[in-house]
Design a protein around this ligand. Structure first.
Ligand SMILES: Nc1nc2c(c(=O)[nH]1)N[C@H]1C(S)=C(S)[C@@H](COP(=O)(O)O)O[C@H]1N2
Ligand SMILES: [Mo]
Length: 450
C-alpha cells in the first residue's frame, strides 16, 4: 500500500481539498490546450473555431485517450465489505495540532474542517478528545446504571444492558459537539496555521438514542427535588460532569448509541455516550456507565480544576457550559492557496449552543464592509449551519471574516471586544471572529484583527 508521502511524491494526492491538480499539473493541462491552439491558428480558417474548441477541452489527453477505467473490468462488489474513501482522499485526516504537547493517552485529534462539505462530519473524521485514551468496549459487558445520589432521589435503581436500552423508542437528531477548548490556542495571538487546528475540535452528527429523561422515569426519579444529574464514564479518567435537570426534562439530553446511522465509533464513546446539545464537549460523557440525581452541582474535578474560565482579575468562572454563537470560514482558509484570480465561493460553518443561526455576514476587508451570506437549509437548533457567499478575487490582499448571529440575538465578538471582557489568559469558550489573510500570491494564513 502506498503511503501519503509516496502519493505526494508522484503528485497523486490532492494538495488541498479544493485543488485536485497541483500547480504543475494545471500548467500541463493548459499547455496541452495551448499546443492545440497554436496548431489551430496555423491552419487556415480555424482562427474563429479555436477558442470554442479550447473551452471544450480540445487537446486534453484525459478526454481524448482511452483511459484504463473505460477499457477494463472494475473491481467486484463487496471487495471492501465496509467501504473506504478513495485512496486519493488519504490526505484528509484527523491530525494532532503542531501547537500542542502530544502524549500517548491524554490527547486530542482535530477534524479537517477545510475538507468537509455540508454539515455532517464523516464518523471517521470526527475529532477525538480523550483524557485517558480510548477503548473499544465489549457491548455485551457494558452496563448503564441509574442509582445513588441524594437520599430518595431514585426510587428504583436499575441496571440497563445495551439490549434493554435499544428496545426502547429512540430519537435521531443532528447536533454539533464542540470542545470548550476549541480555538483555545488563539487567545493570545494567531497561533496555528489552519482551520483544522484553530476550529477542528468541532463535529456534527446525527445521533440516535433514548432521552435520559425516559430512563430516569423508569427508575422513579424525583424531579421535584432532583435538580442536577451526575454523569460518569467507564474509562480510567473518571470523567464526571454535572448536567442541569432542565435540559434533561426538555428531552434533548440523549443516552446515545448511534452516530450517522451506525453504532458510535469506539473513539467517540462506543457503545453509549451522553449527548448534551449546545453544551461543551466535556459534558458529552463517553463510555457512559452511570447517572445519579442530586439537589446541587457536584463540583467534580472536571468542573473545578479544568473547564473553568480564567478572568482578567484572576478569578475563575465555573459552569459556563453553553457554546456561544460562533462561525468560521473553512474555504478559503489558512494553509490553502488561491491558484488564479477570479470567482470563488467563500464557504464556512456557523453554530450556536443557544439555538438556531439567524444570519451570517461575511467581510473580505477585515470587517469594514459586510455582506449577508446565504444559509444552506435546513437550519437546525444546536447544529452546524453551512453558509456561503460569492467573491471575486482580483489579486488584492484580503482579510476574510465571518460573523454569526443566533436566534437569541447574540453576535460573535471581535478579538478586541473579547479580550476587554475576558482577558488573554483563558483557554475555554473563545468564539471571536476569525480572520484569514489572502496575500497577493494567493497564499492564505491565520491573522488576528482586533
Ligand atoms: N468518559 C469520557 N468522556 C469524555 C471524555 C473523556 O476523556 N472520557 N472527553 C470529553 C471531552 S473533553 C470532549 S471535548 C468530548 C470529545 O468527544 P469526541 O472524542 O467524541 O470528539 O468528550 C468528552 N467526554
Ligand atoms: Mo473537551
Amino acid at each position: 500500500m502506498e503511503t501519503n508521502d509516496d502519493l505526494t511524491a508522484r503528485g497523486a494526492l490532492r494538495p488541498a481539498p479544493e485543488n485536485f491538480l497541483t500547480p504543475s499539473q494545471i500548467a500541463e493541462v493548459s499547455k496541452g490546450r495551448r499546443d492545440f491552439l497554436r496548431a489551430a491558428f496555423a491552419a487556415a480558417g480555424a482562427v474563429a473555431a479555436a477558442p470554442a474548441a479550447l473551452a471544450q477541452g480540445a487537446g486534453d489527453p484525459d478526454i481524448l485517450e482511452p483511459l484504463p477505467w473505460a477499457t477494463s473490468l472494475g473491481k467486484p462488489v463487496a471487495a471492501l465489505p465496509y467501504g473506504q474513501p478513495s485512496r486519493y482522499e488519504r490526505g484528509l485526516q484527523r491530525r494532532q495540532s503542531p501547537g500542542l504537547t502530544q502524549t500517548d493517552a491524554a490527547s486530542v485529534s482535530f477534524t479537517p474542517l477545510q475538507g468537509t462539505f455540508g454539515i455532517v462530519t464523516p464518523s471517521g473524521l470526527h475529532f477525538e478528545r480523550h483524557h485517558q485514551g480510548w477503548y473499544d468496549i465489549d457491548p455485551r459487558r457494558h452496563r448503564f446504571m441509574i442509582n445513588g445520589g441524594a437520599p430518595g432521589m431514585i426510587r428504583t435503581p436499575k441496571v440497563f444492558t445495551l439490549d434493554d436500552i435499544m428496545r426502547l423508542p429512540s430519537v435521531s437528531r443532528f447536533h454539533f459537539i464542540e470542545c470548550g477548548a476549541n480555538t483555545g490556542m488563539e487567545w493570545g495571538n494567531a497561533a496555528v496555521p489552519t482551520v483544522q487546528y484553530t476550529h477542528g475540535m468541532l463535529a456534527c452528527s446525527e445521533f440516535t438514542g433514548v432521552p435520559l429523561r425516559v430512563l430516569l422515569e423508569e427508575c422513579g426519579a424525583d424531579f421535584a427535588k432532583g435538580k442536577f444529574v451526575l454523569a460518569e464514564g467507564a474509562d480510567g479518567s473518571s470523567m464526571t460532569r454535572t448536567i442541569p435537570i432542565d435540559s434533561v426534562l426538555s428531552g434533548e439530553v440523549l443516552v446515545a448509541y448511534g452516530q450517522n446511522g451506525e453504532m458510535l465509533r469506539p473513539e467517540n464513546g462506543y457503545p453509549l455516550r451522553l449527548v448534551v446539545p449546545g453544551v461543551q464537549g466535556v459534558s458529552w460523557v463517553k463510555w457512559l456507565r452511570r447517572c445519579e440525581l442530586g439537589d446541587k452541582p457536584y463540583g467534580t474535578k472536571d468542573e473545578t480544576i479544568h473547564y473553568v474560565d480564567l478572568l482578567p482579575d484572576g478569578t475563575h468562572r465555573q459552569y459556563t457550559s453553553i457554546q456561544e454563537v460562533k462561525s468560521v470560514i473553512t474555504t478559503p482558509s489558512g494553509g490553502q492557496k488561491l491558484l488564479a484570480r477570479g470567482f470563488y465561493t467563500i464557504s464556512g460553518l456557523a453554530w450556536s449552543g443557544r439555538g438556531r443561526i439567524r444570519r451570517v455576514d461575511v467581510s473580505t476587508d477585515g470587517g469594514r464592509n459586510w455582506v449577508q451570506a446565504q444559509l444552506q437549509g435546513p437550519v437546525m437548533a444546536k447544529c452546524l449551519t453551512r453558509f456561503s457567499a460569492p467573491w471575486v478575487w482580483r489579486g488584492e490582499t484580503a482579510l476574510l471574516q465571518a460573523r454569526a448571529t443566533d436566534e437569541t440575538g447574540h453576535v460573535q465578538p471581535t478579538y478586541g471586544r473579547m479580550r476587554e471582557v475576558r482577558g488573554t489568559r483563558s483557554i475555554y469558550h473563545n468564539n471571536s471572529i476569525q480572520t484569514w489573510r489572502v496575500a497577493a500570491s494567493g497564499e492564505v494564513d491565520n491573522v488576528q484583527v482586533l
